[in-house]
Design a protein. Structure first.
Lengths: 496, 341
């Protein structure tokens, strides 16, 4: 490790309603790979966006190569030598590799672009990195791994001094990761400063020299990787004080029947051999980090995405679910994490949204029985304590929490006994949150069975009777609430 | 090196790869069309038919070259059909009613195209309107504007024998018996089209303008983050389209002796867009070629010329054009589904 090249000190950033970064520090030296770790929403990406000028910081200082700097956009940061290799690759698939690398600063011969020179320069870069890629190949024909190598080559061609890798290994195969690590070590030996963001604990141990941990927008600490254990890092990541009382034991009767059984479910790249059972009256928490495949599992069970294999049993009977329609017939309701896109029609009234899934029950003759619709809607407004001036209010005018209640009403009207809540309190303020929790507990007590996908650890511990933990498409743990701890869950969520 | 390519011996053949499978298929389609019409109608087999096919191909080609740039940028331009007529009306009106020289009328025609192209560019690139809607509105505006300029009257550009009739010889030389035998037709317009094809192929593949238009159509956000001025180059695509709609207006006025009528032109843009898509330009942006577009245009112009010979008049032509377009777009959709993972 060489001298310090980049210091971020006391970085503070607030968005309306969220204190995203609370006096965060980060120090990167030349010739080190510095891991940046934290749960979803810990503020890692926000910090990097502040660094590269996508966000403006509220306070704090950034010192780069001994001078205080402030970048106003990624291009300025790039010109200074700070480059991000993004998780979602920023590539133009229809252009060649060389054309991508030199986009915006083409070599010219008069008014014409000198593609031959660009290919030559790209070839030099690849040779320097020890990568075998044809610069004249179309970017779209490369594997994700090779595309990432091209991004790195592009970063280097900008004479980068600090390269930030944002979850680079998420989409790579084992062999590609090996190649990536080789390149990263090379870059480190060339005295570049490297920031490595990843959830994979094992990788952190292998590739990084130091690790900085963030939690809930705050700075927790920096350790020398070689001197700490996996548990040390996990403890730092989850070591928060939980104010809400976690559940201490399961509320489900030991002899409660299994209402939903999923066996060996496979769907796409994100769901691999997932099996679980859901009991009557149970709240089953699904925990895991971003990209663990929880939503994908729920969507496959619900029939929203195609599944390759796997059996689903509802109340002990095997069922074929190939579309959401099939799922709803089996009594399964899905409350999407993206309410506005999949849950409600914002421009329609509370009544119209409440009866949307079961409209046929409200038709008499050719017309919709408005009276019945109003009656039933009002019943659920009262029961869920939805705050709305009336059944005719447009859903767009309700608060997030009340919108969520309308979605719940929709599935209750449809008589769904199995409810899948995907991030039920995302974008909902604290007061409404506890109301939703209360409601879910009530529903469970009445005998409804709930699957709750949540990225918030306190929420998982407070609500679940049992917890399924997923990591990269696989179920890695199933923990009874009586034995669940943050550390156990995080351990299972970062198994790779 | 590991790539995702797959295919059979034919599609992996280096010659086939170099020319492009799609282009080979389109050439075969053109030949098949010609053979089919020749068999069904003996009258089709004559030189006059070739001239007629070319006459149609000129203005469609020009529109299609411009539209290809819009499509590659990830947009579209529906205004080229009515626009072309509007610009030709404006230029022709000045020549016929105001006594302007023909060259000035031609200049105005192209300038009008540039203006409306810029308008489209402003709406799409700066105001961020969806290209489909923005250019659909321009389609209406140009149709109305053309009528207003001429007071609802049709406009006749100078006839071949009239003052300024020389401009018709830009596209078609008809022998007068002096140096060229009387009645012999030389379709010189094809040379102009070819020149444009070559120039625009270079612009698309070898200049910043073309490179950035492809980049924007491929991944606009990535282009922006790479420091490409996406507003400027997205606008450029529409300005190019406007310029070529102007050229198309001139070609239309020069090749057809009938007058240019206000209120017409709607639907012609589909010949151009269809030609581009048949030629391998993608509706989703990022890919396309000018040569492919030319080949696609010939598919369309052969249809236009050939269908009347086999007894299928205007209404049937529209139905068949519609079906051809559906097939071409569906092939494009399938192609993109295959490349998306």
């Amino acid at each position: 490790m060489g001298e310090v090249i980049l210091t971020m000190k006391g970085i503070d950033k607030s968005f309306p309603g969220v204190h995203a970064l609370d006096h965060v520090d980060l120090e990167v030296r030349r010739g080190e790979v510095h891991a940046l770790m934290g749960e979803n929403g810990a503020g890692k990406s926000t910090l990097m966006k502040v660094l590269t000028g996508i966000y403006t910081k509220d306070s704090g200082t950034i010192t780069y190569e001994g001078k205080e700097v402030e970048f106003h956009n990624p291009k300025e940061a790039q010109e200074a030598g700070i480059v991000i290799v993004h998780q979602e690759l920023n590539m133009m698939n229809h252009l060649t590799v060389a054309q991508n690398i030199f986009i915006g600063r083409e070599f010219m011969k008069g008014i014409l672009i000198d593609d031959a020179k660009m290919n030559e320069e790209a070839r030099k870069l690849f040779r320097q990195l020890g990568i075998d890629i044809d610069p004249a190949e179309k970017m779209g024909n490369l594997t994700v791994g090779k595309q990432q190598m091209c991004e790195i080559a592009k970063a280097i061609s900008h004479e980068a001094k600090v390269i930030i890798f944002d979850e680079p290994s998420a989409a790579l195969t084992e062999a590609e990761i090996e190649e990536l690590f080789k390149i990263i070590r090379d870059l480190r030996d060339k005295q570049l400063g490297i920031v490595y963001i990843s959830h994979r604990m094992d990788e952190i141990k292998v590739i990084t020299d130091r690790v900085t941990v963030m939690r809930d927008g705050g700075y927790v600490g920096t350790l020398i990787t070689a001197d700490c254990t996996k548990s040390d890092i996990i403890n730092m990541m989850v070591g928060r004080v939980i104010y809400e009382e976690p559940k201490t034991h399961s509320m489900v009767a030991p002899d409660a029947p299994v209402v939903l059984k999923v066996e060996h479910l496979n769907a796409g790249k994100m769901v691999k051999d997932v099996s679980f059972e859901l009991h009557k009256g149970e709240i089953l928490g699904f925990s895991g980090l971003m990209g663990a495949g929880r939503t994908e599992t729920a969507r496959a069970v619900f029939g929203a995405d195609r599944k390759e294999s796997g059996d689903i049993y509802v109340n002990g009977k095997k069922v074929e679910i190939n579309s959401p329609e099939d799922a709803v017939k089996c009594g399964i309701g899905y409350l999407s994490e993206d309410r506005k896109r999949y849950g409600i029609v914002v421009g329609k009234s509370v009544a119209e949204n409440s009866t949307m899934a079961s409209l046929l029950d409200f038709v008499s003759g050719l017309f919709i029985d408005k009276k019945k619709e109003v009656e039933v809607t009002q019943k659920y407004i009262d029961r869920l304590k939805t705050k709305t001036p009336g059944v005719d209010q447009l859903v767009v005018n309700l608060s997030g929490g009340n919108q969520q209640k309308v979605v719940i009403a929709k599935w209750l009207v449809k008589n769904c006994d199995i409810l899948i809540f995907d991030e039920p309190t995302r974008g909902i303020d604290v007061g409404a949150k506890s109301e939703i929790y209360h409601l879910m507990n009530e529903l469970a007590a009445e005998g409804k069975s709930i699957i709750m996908i949540s990225s918030e650890m306190p929420e998982i511990l407070r609500m679940s009777d049992r917890i399924v933990v997923m990591c990269e498409g696989r179920k890695t743990a199933e923990i009874d609430i009586a034995e669940a701890t943050q550390e156990k869950i995080m351990h299972a969520a970062t198994l790779r | 090196m590991q790539t995702k390519k797959s295919g059979n011996a034919f599609t992996n053949n280096p010659v086939v790869r170099a020319i492009g499978l799609q282009r080979i298929v389109v050439v075969l389609a053109v030949i098949l069309e010609a053979v089919l019409f020749s068999i069904l109608s003996p009258k089709f087999r004559q030189y006059a038919t070739v001239v007629s096919i070319l006459d149609y191909s000129y203005y469609i080609s020009f529109m299609a070259i411009g539209v290809t740039f819009c499509l590659i940028s990830g947009g579209n331009d529906l205004s080229v059909g009515t626009g072309m007529i509007c610009y030709a009306l404006a230029g022709g009106f000045l020549v016929q009613q105001m006594g302007w020289p023909v060259w000035a009328g031609m200049l105005v025609t192209i300038l009008m195209g540039l203006c409306f192209g810029t308008l489209n560019g402003v709406m799409v690139a700066i105001m961020n309107l969806p290209p489909f809607i923005a250019t659909l509105c321009t389609m209406l505006i140009t149709r109305g504007f053309g009528s207003i300029i001429t007071g609802g009257m049709a406009v006749s550009w100078p006839s071949r024998k009239g003052v300024g009739g020389w401009f018709r010889s830009l596209f078609k030389i008809i022998g007068t018996g002096e140096s060229i035998p009387k009645g012999t037709i030389i379709p010189v317009g094809f040379a102009i089209v070819l020149a444009c094809i070559i120039i625009m192929t270079i612009v698309l593949n070898k200049t910043r303008v073309g490179r950035y238009i492809i980049a924007i159509g491929s991944n606009k956000e990535a282009a922006r983050l790479s420091g490409v001025n996406v507003v400027k180059y997205q606008m450029m695509a529409y300005i190019i389209s406007g310029f070529f709609a102007g050229l198309a207006g001139i070609a239309y006025s020069a090749t057809f002796s009938s007058s240019v009528a206000p209120g017409t032109g709607a639907g012609l843009e589909l010949d151009a867009i269809g030609g581009a898509i048949i030629g391998g330009t993608s509706m989703t942006g990022g890919q396309g070629s000018i040569i492919g577009t030319l080949l696609g245009v010939f598919v369309m112009s052969l249809l236009k010329t050939g269908l009347p010979y086999v007894g299928l008049q205007a209404n049937w032509q529209q139905i068949i054009t519609g079906i051809v377009l559906i097939v071409a777009i569906y092939i494009d959709v399938l192609k993109n589904r295959k490349t998306a993972h």
